[in-house]
Design a protein around this ligand. Structure first.
Ligand SMILES: NC(=O)c1ccc[n+]([C@@H]2O[C@H](COP(=O)([O-])OP(=O)(O)OC[C@H]3O[C@@H](n4cnc5c(N)ncnc54)[C@H](O)[C@@H]3O)[C@@H](O)[C@H]2O)c1
Ligand SMILES: [Zn+2]
Length: 366
């Protein structure tokens, strides 16, 4: 188990990750709150709620349920939850425990940031993505129709506790999807973390706890370090967008139905490595190493039928666009990326065509 501290403007909070992390909540000052509300999903809470309460030492909690899935990140659900909080007596000194993946975390933290102008929350992330990424850094959001994360706030949790045991019930695809984000963090983190990931992959795929312990804490540390240096997304935080510019375009081009988010990021990482090579920013051996890491997670859904023109049209809609210019996060080598804004369209098109020519059915899982 490891603990990392994240500094915000007003306070510092611990991110505890590893087997037994929930037990560290026993030291959390719950006593200073008038009531604790758990925001979660029914299936998840049925499976893990009892153990969570035992380990954390919490007893009198009220659970508020949201339906699984991205659609719950909406103003409608936010309104319903606010009403439920009010009805059940939540006041300014209530605390929300956000028990779930990135959907529960983003929605619940947004709710905490606006309910009575802001109450405290803690994150209890239950997916890989939520453990290594979304629970840390304080970004909250809901979607507006198809516009992902359009409405949101900054509202960091007071503590993040990521226990690995909860990952054991994740479905194969959700588990694997989260690993693409771990690959992203490894590329940002540097050769040592990449090597660790390469060595752990076969056992990681089996949700082996030791393999998780070897890889997830250093992966979340990459995020912690970035957030500590740049809380409100000036430049550095943008680097976390690696692989996501192409990834978001692919998700949009397929109406969010074909890929799990991580799978789209997997393709996005392959594309950005190609783009880096084409711009001569990234050495071919490094590009190959990045591609190999992605491919070892196994086959990805095909992208053969998606036209390059459509992807090019969708790219500038990325939220990270500034003044109409896409901010490309391009690896220069493993452990170093550069943000480039003037990339020629034909290089982008060529990089996308490069990955379209890859045959994902040949990628056997490690
Ligand atoms: N705030 C940020 O900085 C940030 C960063 C990255 C992503 N996000 C957001 O995170 C969201 C995606 O998060 P996610 O991938 O965790 O998705 P998710 O919360 O939808 O969880 C994925 C699936 O796993 C299920 N699940 C969750 N935990 C489980 C467990 N332990 N066992 C079995 N099933 C479980 C859920 O019901 C869901 O079906 C997106 O909305 C994205 O915008 C936010
Ligand atoms: Zn992502």
């Amino acid at each position: 188990m490891q603990t990392f501290n994240v500094k915000t403007r007003n306070f510092t909070y611990p991110v505890v990750i590893g087997n037994g992390a929930w037990r560290t909540l026993r030291k959390f000052p719950f006593r200073k709150y008038t009531s604790i509300f758990v925001i979660t999903e029914r299936g998840l809470w049925n499976r893990w709620g009892k153990l969570f309460l035992e380990e954390s030492g919490l007893s009198a909690v009220t659970t508020l349920l949201v339906a699984p899935g991205e659609r719950s990140k909406s103003l409608r659900v936010l309104e319903r939850l606010s009403g439920q909080l009010l009805k059940q007596g939540a006041d300014r000194r209530s605390c929300l425990a956000l028990f779930g993946g990135g959907v529960v975390g983003d929605l619940g933290a947004f709710l905490a940031s606006v309910y009575m102008r802001g109450i405290d929350c803690i994150h209890v992330p239950t997916t890989i993505l939520a453990q290594v990424d979304s629970s840390v850094g304080g970004k909250t959001a809901v979607n507006l129709g198809e516009m992902k994360n359009l409405i949101g706030t900054f509202h960091p949790g007071r503590m993040v506790v990521s226990d690995f045991r909860v990952l054991s019930s994740l479905g194969h695809w959700d588990f694997r999807s989260g690993l693409y984000e771990v690959v992203k963090h490894a590329i940002l983190g540097g050769p040592a973390l990449c090597q660790q990931l390469e060595a752990s992959l076969p056992r990681l795929q089996l949700k082996d706890r030791e393999a998780l312990e070897a890889v997830l804490p250093p992966a979340v540390k990459v995020k912690v370090d970035v957030v500590n240096r740049d809380e409100r997304e000036r430049n550095l935080r943008m680097t976390l967008n690696l692989g996501h510019t192409f990834g978001h375009a692919l998700e949009e081009a397929t109406g969010y139905r074909r890929f799990l988010h991580g799978e789209a990021v997997g393709w996005g990482l392959l594309a950005i490595a190609q783009l880096g090579e084409r711009l001569r920013l990234l050495a071919p051996e490094e590009g190959t190493r990045i591609a190999r890491l992605v491919q070892r997670l196994g086959p990805l859904p095909s992208i053969r039928d998606i036209s390059t023109a459509r992807i090019l049209r969708l790219l500038p809609q990325d939220k990270k666009t500034v003044g109409g210019k896409i901010q490309w996060v391009i690896p220069e080598r493993i452990g170093k990326v550069r943000v480039v804004s003037d990339v020629p369209r034909r290089a982008v098109a060529a990089a996308f065509q490069d990955i379209q020519e890859m045959d994902p059915s040949l990628w056997a899982p490690a």
